[in-house]
Design a protein around this ligand. Structure first.
Ligand SMILES: *Cc1c(COP(=O)(O)O)cnc(C)c1O
Ligand code: SF4
Length: 346
């Protein structure tokens, strides 16, 4: 067994031990984790011991998750857009292949809070094969985003098998992997994994870093291995209250990512998902932050600021001209001219 697999096996889950290790209230922690399980890697466990609140907030259970809110459990309507259980097909030419529902660690703000880590939602190999068969039978799909959960929690052999089957489909010309492992389980990026991924060019990989403190020596080394193998790296950041909702933090993060050969790709306005209200930042603040960053950092370091529209109508870039009105409800115009309402943070 590789070190990274041992790391997955050794993950602490017991709420009482978690509360003791991080000085949390054991009763509250137990309540929160009954609704939404907590999971850390040994790497994160070490990192969080000395980390700032910005990091702890992302991974440690918080009683605020249980505050009543009117936010939906599946804001993106992914269930409706799933032609088979392992595929989300929203745009004609690109589809998500959900290769697993497991993650190395659970982020408290996760959009897929409803399904990540739940045993009953585990995907079988047969369902992945059905997903690949759907993609093979749908010639408009030329790009596949391998997502999850976190696909890099799969073994090299299973991942290689999936990549190979996708690469054999003639109309699929671009592969992308979406993963949080460089930030939460950097030892997963072994030289053999990097070599495996290097065989599937052009392969894009999107990382998920939200705060400059996540770019540790280990995380930077993981990204170096990937970049050296020729994988093209881009990053998605979620805009989170109390984590990265200030211009200085974002400027440092995006600039450091460039230094790691990772292009900041998306800054996501958080999906309005049940149990995550305490992380929400108003759209006005996000626009203001983007305007400040434009003045201070390289254009190469500027991501697109996007909302994934409620109801599964796709991503909308937040520019002044895509916003028809602001207020308690933000009225947006999608690329195809549809008008959609987004419930704003107050
Ligand atoms: C974000 C997303 C994609 C990829 O979109 P890009 O804008 O090309 O990064 C594809 N399918 C779904 C369902 C998505 O949410
Ligand atoms: S790694 Fe991604 S899918 Fe997994 S819990 Fe974090 S945000 Fe959710």
């Amino acid at each position: 067994m590789d070190d990274w697999q041992l790391g997955l096996k050794a993950r602490p889950v017991d709420p009482v031990a978690l509360a003791a290790a991080f000085d949390l209230d054991p009763v509250e922690t137990k309540e929160v984790t009954t609704a939404y399980p907590a999971l850390l890697t040994p790497y994160l466990h070490r990192l969080l011991q000395t980390a700032s609140e910005a990091l702890r907030r992302q991974f440690l259970p918080d009683p605020l998750e249980l505050c009543p809110d009117s936010l939906p459990v599946d804001p993106l309507d992914e269930q409706r857009l799933a032609p088979v259980p392992a595929v989300v097909h929203r745009y004609p030419n690109r589809a998500l292949l959900l290769a697993t529902n497991s993650c190395a660690a659970y982020c408290r703000f996760c959009t897929r809070k409803r399904r990540v880590g739940r045993r009953e939602n585990r995907l079988t190999f047969g369902e992945i094969l059905d997903g690949i068969a759907y993609i093979a039978a749908t010639p408009q799909i030329n790009e596949v985003v391998i997502s999850g959960g976190d696909p890099l929690t799969l073994s090299d052999s299973l991942l290689g098998e999936i990549l190979q089957r996708l690469q054999k489909i003639e109309h699929v010309t671009l592969l992308r992997i979406s993963t949080r492992t460089p930030a939460v389980l950097p030892e997963r990026i072994t030289p053999s994994l990097a070599a495996l991924l290097g065989r599937f060019h052009p392969l894009y990989l999107t990382t998920h870093f939200n705060h400059p403190e996540e770019l540790t020596l280990e995380a930077r080394e993981a990204c170096r291995l990937l970049a050296d193998s020729g994988v093209v790296l881009a990053n998605q950041t979620v805009l989170l209250k109390g984590v990265n909702d200030d211009a200085a933090t974002l400027a440092t993060l995006f600039t450091k990512l460039l230094h790691c050969r990772i292009r900041p790709y998306y800054l996501h306005q958080m999906d309005p998902v049940h149990g995550t209200g305490h992380f929400r930042v108003p759209v006005e603040t996000g626009l203001q932050l983007m305007a400040e960053l434009r003045q201070t950092i390289s254009g190469l370091a500027m991501p697109h600021y996007v909302i994934d529209t409620p109801g599964g109508l796709g991503k909308v870039a937040l520019l002044h001209d895509s916003i028809l009105s602001l207020g308690p409800v933000v009225r947006l115009q999608t690329a195809s001219g549809q008008v959609v309402d987004y419930p704003n943070a107050q």
